[in-house]
Design a protein around this ligand. Sequence first.
Ligand SMILES: [Ca+2]
Ligand SMILES: [Ca+2]
Length: 179
Amino acid sequence: MLAKLASLIFVVAFASANSSLEEPTLDEAVPYAAGAFSNDSVQCFPKRFIVFNHVEVSFFKAWHLCESYGFELATVKSPSEDVQLKMAIEEADPKQVGPWWVAGTDLGLEGHFVWLTTGKPIGYQTGYRNFGPGEPNNLNGTEHCVEIGHPNGTFWNDKNCDVKRRFICEAREPLPLGC
Ligand SMILES: [Ca+2]
Ligand SMILES: [Ca+2]
């Protein structure tokens, strides 16, 4: 009986240790609030990016983690958001060059990228796309999720959704007056 109890405790402890590895807490993220009161003429909502650097997960795990924290996997819809994103990355860890998952995917229809969290095509209204040279290339026919930081900076690349990556969430605040 004791042996059985001991092995049960071990299993629970192991599972618990494992889950803390897989699911970073908010305290472990580096929030970045600059731009929180920006009044982008296109977006017209303040937004902040939260960079998760200490764990690597699949695209859909990243989507799930962001949702579970009350955030969304990040979207990048304009040059000004890209500037804000660069600042958030720099503030989180200047040495970290990615790559990170963001919310773009063409899983629904090859070559037609959408933001998973809004259902809108990438470039909707703004036309903004930031794929790196030669990307998206759907390498080996298996790349359907968007990472940033490839080949450098905040360029985008389509990548196999099962690959484990760091990830970036976004948080939205209520619309400011005048929007
Ligand atoms: Ca693809
Ligand atoms: Ca690619």
